[in-house]
Design a binder for this molecule. Structure first.
Ligand code: MN3
Length: 204
C-alpha cells in the first residue's frame, strides 16, 4: 500500500510563503485523495507491490488504457507531492544550496541565480496545471524541465532522477497568491530544503 509522506513541519511552518490553510488542504485533501485513488488503480493494474518509480517508468506494461491513465494521474499525483512536501522547510533569507549540488548547479547553469531564473521561468511558463523540475542523470549532470498535469521526468521516460520540483497547479498557491503565479514561484525559493535536495542528488 502506498502511503503519503507525513509532514516534517507544522502546517503553519511555511508561513508567510505558504499559509496553513493551503498546506492543510493541499497535503490533507489533494495529496491524500491521489494516494487513495492510486491504491485502488494500482491494485486493479496488478502493480501495487512495486515501488512507485518503477510503476511510473513502465506504464506501457499496463494494458487497459483507462487503468493506465488512472495509475499515471494518481501515481504521479502521489509521487510528485511526496517530492514537493518533503523538500520544504520554514523560510530562510538568502536560502541557497551547499555542497555537491551547489557545485553542479554552478557547473551546469553558470550560477545559482541563473539556475533559479531558468527554473522559475519554466514554472511560470507551464501552460495550465503542471510542474517544473530539476533532475539528474546517473553521471550527475543536471536538467531542467516541465510537465503537464501529473507527469514527471520518470513518466516522461527521461531516465533522470527528480531532485526538486515546483507545483504550479492553482491549488498550490491560489489561497495565498490568487492568480499571481509568478509571485508564488518567486517566494518558494525561501522554503526549499536544500539538505533534502542534496541527499536526493547523492542517492540518485
Ligand atoms: Mn498539488
Amino acid at each position: 500500500m502506498y502511503e503519503q509522506i507525513k509532514l516534517a513541519y507544522a502546517a503553519d511552518a511555511l508561513e508567510p510563503v505558504i499559509g496553513r490553510e493551503t498546506v492543510e488542504t493541499h497535503h490533507g485533501k489533494h495529496h491524500a485523495t491521489y494516494t487513495t485513488n492510486l491504491n485502488a488503480a494500482a491494485e486493479k493494474a496488478g502493480v501495487a507491490d512495486k515501488p512507485i518509480e518503477e510503476v511510473l517508468a513502465n506504464l506501457d506494461q499496463i494494458s487497459d488504457a483507462a487503468t493506465r491513465t488512472a495509475v499515471l494521474n494518481n501515481g504521479g499525483g502521489f509521487y510528485n507531492h511526496n517530492i514537493y512536501f518533503e523538500q520544504l522547510r520554514a523560510p530562510r533569507d538568502d536560502n541557497r544550496p551547499t555542497g555537491a549540488i551547489a557545485a553542479q548547479i554552478d557547473a551546469d547553469f553558470g550560477s545559482f541565480d541563473a539556475f533559479k531564473e531558468k527554473m522559475s521561468g519554466l514554472a511560470v511558463g507551464q501552460f495550465g496545471s503542471g510542474w517544473a523540475w530539476l533532475s539528474a542523470d546517473a553521471a550527475g549532470k543536471l536538467y531542467l524541465s516541465q510537465s503537464a498535469n501529473q507527469e514527471n521526468p520518470i513518466s516522461q521516460g527521461t531516465g533522470h532522477t527528480p531532485l526538486l520540483t515546483i507545483d504550479v497547479w492553482e491549488h498550490a498557491y491560489y489561497l495565498d497568491y490568487k492568480n499571481l503565479r509568478p509571485k508564488y514561484v518567486d517566494e518558494i525559493w525561501k522554503i526549499i530544503d536544500w539538505d533534502v535536495v542534496e541527499k536526493r542528488y547523492e542517492n540518485r
